[in-house]
Ligand binder design. Structure first.
Ligand code: ADP
Ligand code: MG
Length: 238
C-alpha cells in the first residue's frame, strides 16, 4: 500500500496555478527525492503533505486515510526546514522536546525520546547548549532530532543541507542514508542538487512548472529520460 498518495492535486495562489494535477504514490519506507528548478512547486507540495497548505483540488492520502481536512499535528508527518527554525532561547533538549511537551506528553517520556534521538544524531554532549552555541551542521542535527522524537511515519525534508558547506553536505548525506536505514520511515526530500538526489533517492520525482515530468529510479531516469527537460536536469547524455 502507498504510504502517501497524491491524487489529482492542484494548488493555486490567486490566479497562479503552482501545482497542476499532480499524481504520485510513495511506498512505505521509500526515500523519494523531489528535484526541479526554483519555483517549480516542490516546497508547496511538501507543505501540503504536512498540512501547512491546503489543496485547491484533489485528494491526499496518508496511510490509506484521506487527510485533506486532518490537523497537521495528527497526520503522522514531521518536517525539517532548511532554516532549522530552532528557538534561540531554548536548549537543544528543550528544542527537541518542545512539540511533545505541547502535545501534553509526560516529562520523563519526553526525556527518554530526546536522549534516544540525541544518541542517534551524536548530540548527547550538546543537550544543554543553546542554538547560538552550535555549528550549522549541529543545528541541522537538532532540527532532525526534533522530527525524530515525534516518531513520524513520514519525514519531510525541505532542502535541509542547503545552508551547509560542501564537505559537511557530503557527510550529512551519508548520515541521512544511515538514518533512513535505522528508522525504516518513509522519507520525502526536496533538493535542487542533482547529485544529492542521485545519492539519496530510491526514486526521484522530477518537477518543472508545477508538473511532474518523470518519477522513477535514479538510474532509469538517467538511462531513459522521458523528455529533454529530465535529461538536462539529471545530466543524462541522452
Ligand atoms: P520551490 O520550492 O520549488 O522553489 P515553491 O513551492 O516555494 O517552489 O513555489 C512555487 C511557486 O508558488 C512560486 O512561484 C512561488 O512564488 C509561489 N508561492 C509559494 N508560496 C506562495 C504563497 N504563499 N503565496 C503566493 N505565491 C506563493
Ligand atoms: Mg522550496
Amino acid at each position: 500500500m502507498a504510504e502517501v498518495e497524491i491524487r489529482s492535486v492542484s494548488k493555486s495562489f490567486g490566479a497562479v496555478e503552482v501545482l497542476k494535477d499532480v499524481n504520485l504514490k510513495i511506498n512505505s519506507g521509500e526515500f523519494v527525492v523531489f528535484v526541479g528548478p526554483s519555483g517549480c512547486g516542490k516546497s508547496t507540495l511538501l507543505r501540503m503533505i504536512t498540512g501547512l497548505e491546503t489543496e485547491s483540488a484533489g485528494d491526499l492520502f496518508i496511510g490509506g486515510q484521506r487527510v485533506n481536512d486532518v490537523d497537521p499535528a495528527k497526520r503522522g508527518t514531521a518536517m525539517v526546514f532548511q532554516s532549522y527554525a530552532l528557538y534561540p532561547h531554548m536548549t537543544v533538549a528543550e528544542n527537541m522536546g518542545f512539540g511533545l511537551k505541547m502535545a501534553g506528553e509526560p516529562k520523563a517520556s519526553i526525556r527518554g525520546k530526546v536522549e534516544e534521538a540525541a544518541s542517534i544524531l551524536r548530540l548527547e554532549q550538546l543537550l544543554d547548549r543553546r542554538p547560538g552555541q552550535l555549528s550549522g551542521g549541529q543545528k541541522q542535527r537538532v532540527a532532525i532530532g526534533r522530527a525524530i522524537v515525534r516518531q513520524p511515519k513520514v519525514f519531510l525534508f525541505d532542502e535541509p543541507l542547503s545552508n551547509l558547506d560542501a564537505e559537511l553536505r557530503v557527510q550529512m548525506r551519508a548520515e541521512l542514508i544511515d538514518l533512513h536505514r535505522r528508522l525504516g520511515a518513509t522519507m520525502i526530500y526536496v533538493t535542487h542538487d542533482q547529485v544529492e538526489a542521485m545519492t539519496l533517492a530510491d526514486r526521484i520525482v522530477v518537477m518543472n512548472g508545477g508538473v511532474v515530468q518523470q518519477y522513477g529510479r535514479p538510474l532509469d531516469l538517467y538511462d531513459d529520460p522521458d523528455n529533454r527537460f529530465v535529461a538536462g536536469f539529471i545530466g543524462s547524455p541522452k
